[in-house]
Write a protein that binds this ligand. Structure first.
Ligand SMILES: [Zn+2]
Length: 175
């Protein structure tokens, strides 16, 4: 089952703090491959394991947007932000678990992230631009946090009601 169904908000699994993964394994590499296929198929630029119901600290992303540019798939295991800039940037964010809803979120413009790669080796890199926004959005998922948690309560409630309606329609096979 390479392409996995993506959970739609509200879902308790999207509000849960995920567990660190143990040592690298073929099962984890397969999980990351499935997540990348699911992300590209959606299509999206990032996906966190809880979005497919796997409660592990794994995320994938590829923020290359230019038409015809080579893809840059990344899989991060146990990622953590070790430093963030005081300078911020604002992006209109969306989420595969909250389809067709967008909102402006302010986050640090630069973040230094450490993680384990698919060979089990430690990695460290500074992300900026869209990559910085994306990696922070996805790490939030691993902590049970969604981009709408940064929006004003009324806007958040409106989006949540829309998603409840979407889920009811999907359950009835209407959407
Ligand atoms: Zn998301």
């Amino acid at each position: 089952m390479p392409i996995r169904p993506i959970l739609i908000h509200p879902d308790p699994r999207l509000k849960t703090v995920c567990d660190p993964v143990p040592d690298m394994s073929d099962a984890l590499r397969r999980l990351a491959d499935d997540m990348l296929l699911t992300m590209y198929d959606a299509p999206g630029i990032g996906l966190a394991a809880p979005q497919i119901g796997v409660m592990s600290r794994v995320l994938v992303m590829d923020c290359v947007k230019e038409e015809g540019a080579a893809p840059q798939p990344m899989a991060l295991f146990n990622p953590r932000i070790v430093a963030a800039s005081d300078e911020t940037s604002v992006y209109e964010e969306g989420c595969l678990s909250i389809p067709e809803q967008y909102g402006e979120v302010t986050r640090p413009r630069l973040v230094q992230v450490e993680w384990m790669d698919r060979d089990g080796n430690p990695q460290s890199r500074e992300f900026d631009g869209l990559w910085a926004t994306c990696v922070q959005h996805e790490i939030d998922h691993l902590d049970g946090k969604l981009f709408i948690d940064y929006l004003k309560p009324l806007r958040r409630q409106m989006i949540t009601r829309k998603m409840q309606k979407l889920k009811r329609e999907r359950a009835r096979g209407l959407a």
